[in-house]
Design a binder for this molecule. Structure first.
Ligand SMILES: Nc1ncnc2c1ncn2[C@@H]1O[C@H](COP(=O)(O)OP(=O)(O)OP(=O)(O)O)[C@@H](O)[C@H]1O
Length: 239
């Protein structure tokens, strides 16, 4: 494990504010948010509906621009990448992985091809082999199955393997268990924790599911656009 000084934060938000809407309907989903996540750290984000959790992921994922404050991903200040969407998209594709609610797989592609497509789009090696990644999530035996032939948990596993194709330094995960039963939810979040630690990826997981936050190294709570430590004995609710 590298020291605190050796690891630069994979994600660093300093006094980040985002305002959306106009006039009376103006809202501030992020209100002077400070947030640091180190490489290999698995952080949960909880909080009520409308608190700003998705906005936090969108800012960290370079999908939404901060109105003030600074956002650094893997040491790169996002505001300095330039206004061109092309440059930002390229940076996102190479450095940031996303896992969505229900896997978000392409219906016509089998598991292996889901990964091959991301490798191709990101300019990865032609020799890319999806099997080791599918194996890491326990899905090598279903490499040739289409999403329609997989269970919800299996689709989520393929979605996780796909997110690791580009070796991202930052992984953003939005409600990964919303379509799963309790035991599958535990398995999927345990897998995310294990893979984040093994690969040294900083992972931020937004969840409403308090049953799974015991797998997180740290949990923060978002309320009215502000972030604070989540005051619960996380260790006691683990596993
Ligand atoms: N494009 C937009 N224009 C105006 N307001 C928006 C926009 N997107 C989100 N908001 C508002 O910003 C606030 C924060 O929304 P956000 O989606 O980040 O919350 P959340 O914590 O992810 O909620 P949930 O748990 O319901 O997904 C809400 O009040 C929402 O209505």
């Amino acid at each position: 494990m590298a020291t605190e000084h050796a690891i630069k934060s994979a994600l660093s938000l300093r006094s980040v504010t985002v305002e959306l809407g106009d006039g009376d309907s103006k809202v501030r989903p992020l209100d002077h948010v400070d947030f640091e996540v180190a490489s290999g750290e698995f952080v949960g984000v909880v909080g009520p509906s409308g608190a700003g959790k998705s906005s936090l992921l969108a800012v960290a994922g370079a999908l939404l621009q901060a109105d003030s404050g600074t956002v650094e991903v893997l040491g790169q200040d996002l505001s300095k990448i330039g206004r061109s969407q092309g440059k930002l998209a390229k940076f996102r594709l190479r450095n940031i992985g996303f896992v969505f609610q229900s896997g978000n797989l392409i219906p016509a592609l089998n598991s292996a091809d889901q990964l091959r497509l991301v490798n191709k789009l990101s300019g990865g090696p032609t020799s890319f082999d999806p099997l080791p990644l599918l194996d890491a999530v326990g899905m090598a035996h279903k490499a040739k199955n289409l999403p329609g032939q997989l269970s919800g948990g299996e689709r989520q596993r393929v979605g996780i393997a796909r997110a690791f194709v580009t070796n991202p330094g930052l992984l953003l995960v939005d409600e990964p268990t919303s379509a799963l039963d309790r035991s599958r939810s535990q398995q999927i979040v345990a897998l995310l924790a294990e893979q984040s630690h093994e690969r040294g990826v900083a992972t931020i997981m937004v969840t409403h599911d308090h049953d799974v936050i015991g797998h997180c190294d740290r949990v923060v709570e978002m309320v009215d656009g502000r972030l604070s430590a989540f005051e619960t004995n996380v260790a006691a609710s683990a596993h």
